[in-house]
Write a protein that binds this ligand. Structure first.
Ligand code: SF4
Length: 364
């Protein structure tokens, strides 16, 4: 809850407004997780909070795995026993400065079923609430005993299908947990009519759009939901987002290749696709950047991770066409690192869609 919400809560429970501020400090500065830690609040206020059903604390960490490179993936057990994944990625650069990125989930599962994604294969249950997104970041801070410096909404789920909670969590992480807006990235595979909505909030955060293919036909085969969102319309919406917010749009392009070179051509990491992608991006002006993500293999997937050589050649082809590119290092490959993989290891039965209205995607 925000400071103003906590102040209102204090007033509603017959306290003075400043008690809400004290509560805010206890939750976000002292990181109090139990009522007994609220020592500087009057007993009557504490009792009233409890009686009114307000709860503090965190969901339990069901499981955590640590990769050799220090990446930690945790499974958080929510109050309805659903499991969601969160990843903490520590990075120390050459100058010795330390970054801790939290990759957070926005839904339990995902209804979009991208063909390469373990989360998509596991089904969809419900949207996460604002606090269920925020507590993922706090859990990573507690685990690493260090402030989270960057947040990426790239875990389980499609953030644009849960925009209300994602925007609420973004605001809380910025104002209450004190993470700069520029240190946060919202990732989407593209959901019709949502980019304009996001742009209207004029966030100073990067929008990362997962393209995965340079043309509509290939994209539809990798991202089935793209059928209702033609590539030209998506690119147009990216241009509008850039104009409205002045923020760079980053394109994510997962390289779905195979160890057998002869099989690469049919998917998406060939030189032709790189050139086609460059062509597509040239059509939309400036302000774009491509992140290449070598595919993280998941059990039961027909896709394979491309050779490093193929990744570099793809990057070079883009650069030769003056497209700025970075190749994302795949972190924690030995820790069931592909999104949704760890959750699927512990929840073998695919999730069933919940019937609550809250879980309904925003219509196209
Ligand atoms: S890649 Fe993202 S949008 Fe696609 S199924 Fe996985 S979680 Fe959902």
């Amino acid at each position: 809850m925000s400071e103003s919400e906590l102040q209102q809560l204090a007033i509603d429970l017959g306290q003075q407004k400043y008690r809400g501020r004290q509560l805010h400090d206890l939750l976000y500065k002292t990181k109090a997780k139990e009522y007994q830690d609220f020592k500087n609040l009057p007993q009557a206020f504490r009792d009233n909070l409890k009686e009114a059903g307000w709860r503090v604390g965190r969901s339990a960490i069901h499981r955590s795995v640590t990769a050799a490179d220090g990446t930690v993936k945790i499974l958080i057990k929510l109050e309805d026993n659903r499991l969601v994944e969160t990843v903490g990625i520590p990075v120390e650069d050459d100058k010795g400065s330390f970054r801790l990125t939290a990759c957070v989930s926005s839904q339990v599962g995902c209804p979009l079923r991208c063909s390469f994604c373990a989360t998509g294969k596991g089904g969809f249950a419900r949207n996460l609430k604002r606090h269920e997104i925020v507590e993922q970041v706090l859990a990573i801070e507690e685990l690493f005993k260090h402030r989270v410096t960057n947040v990426v909404f790239m875990g389980m789920g499609e953030p644009m299908l849960n925009l209300k909670s994602v925007l609420g969590a973004h605001k809380c992480l910025n104002k209450d947990v004190q993470i700069g807006q520029r240190m946060m990235t919202i990732s989407t595979v593209g959901v019709p009519n949502t980019m304009k909505m996001l742009a209207s909030h004029k966030l100073q955060s990067t929008l990362a759009v997962s393209l995965h293919a340079p043309n509509q036909k290939l994209r539809e085969s990798i991202v089935p939901s793209a059928k209702s969102y033609p590539l030209e319309a998506l690119i147009e919406d990216c241009q509008d987002y850039f104009l409205e917010t002045g923020r760079r749009v980053t394109f994510e392009y997962t390289l779905l290749g195979t160890f057998e070179y002869t099989l690469l051509a049919g998917i998406n990491d060939g030189k032709e696709q790189a050139l086609e992608l460059a062509e597509l991006l040239h059509g939309c002006g400036r302000g774009y950047h491509v992140n290449l993500i070598p595919y993280n293999p998941v059990e039961g997937s027909e896709y394979r991770r491309p050779y490093k050589k193929a990744v570099l050649a793809f990057a070079e082809s883009l650069e030769s066409r003056r497209i700025t590119v970075s190749v994302r290092q795949t972190r924690g490959l030995d820790a069931s690192a592909a999104c949704g993989q760890l959750r699927n290891d512990f929840q073998k039965t695919p999730l069933k869609e919940s019937s609550t209205s809250e879980s309904q995607p925003i219509p196209a």
